[in-house]
Design a protein. Sequence first.
Length: 480
Amino acid sequence: MKKISQVMKIRPSMITVILCALIVGWLIFLKPIHGYSDNGDFQSLMATNDLYRTHQIPAGYVSPHFGLMQYYNPLYLKQITAQTAVIHIAVGLNRLFYSRSVFDIRFLGAVYYVLYLGGVAVLARGLVGGERRLRHYLMAAAVTLFVADSSFTLYFNSFYPQALTFILMLYLAGFALLIMRGKTLNKWLTAGLFLSAILLLLVHESTSLLILGILIVSIGIFRLPDCQWRHGSAVIICLLLFTCWVSANHITREAREMNKYQAMTQGKLLAAAKPAEIAKTSHIDGQFSLMKGESYYPTAYTALAPDSDYTRKNFTQQYNLPWLIHDYLTHPHQFGLLLDKAAKNTMVLRPRLTGTQEKRTGSKPFQQTHYFSLFSYLAGAYYPKTYGFNCLLAVAVLIIYGSGLMRGSKKEQQLLKAHLWLVSGLLSVVVLVPPATIMLYGTANFVIHMLPVAVCLSLTGFILLSDVVQHQLWGNSNAT
């Protein structure tokens, strides 16, 4: 009983941080090294950050070490993103403390690890609060199951942008919750919120799709009483929009062509029962229907090279985004099939065709660890897999908060109004990002592109649970 009483003296949010530090630290730092293996996306990012492979790693295994370039690199910082900055910090620490010729992936994991624990601390304090009642400790345990799930944290020992995306989304939601809890607007928390939002938009061109959700959350912050940032709201919103534009357009020509190609071959053509009919609604020759389901970097023989001049002239240059949107609107059944396919992959949190361990005696390629993955297992197995359910869920959550607003006291209404803006922003990502992803990328790398949607769904659920646990929805609030 004495030990239990000592534990109860520690804040629930701090217990969450301690548990996450132990759970995740063991996974990413101790041998055998765990992470996600390369599915073909690492090479360009490595080259622009002075990294290269020292030896061939079989497919499906995590590579623990890479070479560091010693001389002139013509690709150096060709594409600057928030992820590039993190990798550059990890490379600098590696050169300082380990080696100037060999890069250990755990240095990247360490940088993500420190950022991650900060995000966990902010989110846990925002969700759980500062009270030390039993229900708050149970809430902290539930949050730990989510934020420490290995499906998310395995990204730390890899070059996938989803590691930083996940971390910054924790900061964004956590800062918003803490700001809304305060009696007055904290300028440092507000600065942290908008810095997190800007960095999140700059992680990868696909994270620019989160802009609407970020804007909705921002409006909720500006509408808080005594908001000293209100006079500068137009400037901040313009800055967010400009950052979104830079992120969406600051990509290589090759990446732009790949996205456009796969939006058709793994999107429109994949959903069409008779792909050859594209010739009736466009200038595309029906022979290109044979490209159905193809990737821009095919692993097997293909009749036409996706990056050839002939393919560009007669296929990818014959359509654009407005045409694609119009075609989906005239064939809603095809678009619905792709939306349901997106929904099926929303809560499947582990990328396919990747392994999670380095090569060692007795290991198999593409072998995946099941360490601390209860949350991802339950979500992937039991969450409904239709896009319509996600839309109905969004409506239901908004109705719950609306009813809480009507029944709450004036003080509680102020907090619920702020939370309503926050969950509205998160749910806008859940509803709008899947169709936008289909338009821009097709079904290519669906699991990776849907990670922000899964995180927003999870955060919405935990915010709702927190409000119920702390009696903030229907009176008797005890929030601190």
